[in-house]
Design a protein around this ligand. Structure first.
Ligand SMILES: [Zn+2]
Length: 110
């Protein structure tokens, strides 16, 4: 069974978690200024990469808290998990995850 490291509870079985989709989505500063095309892309269009992806996860059957995770979509391996509002350690000069770092930086510019 796959274990996922909740930042608050530690390693727990995957059946306790739910994925909440892509993390670090840049919210529009002026939502009313967007046209319908850009608004629908903000609401519905998400990345679906082959490789490292930043995702939001919820420990639904545990503490109930949300957190972020870097997960390799090919191997289903969790590279790291970290609290909401923080950036991954790999982005702060910790463990290396070059694909994830570049992916997150491109999201921040979006
Ligand atoms: Zn938890």
């Amino acid at each position: 069974m796959l274990l996922i490291a909740c930042p608050y509870c530690g390693n727990r079985p995957e059946t306790e978690f739910r994925c909440g989709g892509q993390a670090h989505i840049a919210r529009p500063e002026q939502p009313g200024a967007l046209d319908d095309q850009n608004w629908s892309e903000y609401l519905f269009v998400r990345k679906n990469p082959r490789g490292v992806h930043a995702e939001r996860w919820n420990h639904a059957h545990g503490c109930g808290r949300w957190f972020n995770a870097l997960r390799d979509t090919v191997t289903d391996r969790f590279i790291e998990t970290y609290p909401m509002g923080e950036r991954p350690r790999s982005e702060q000069g910790g463990a290396t995850a070059p694909a994830a770092t570049s992916d997150i930086q491109s999201e921040a510019r979006a």
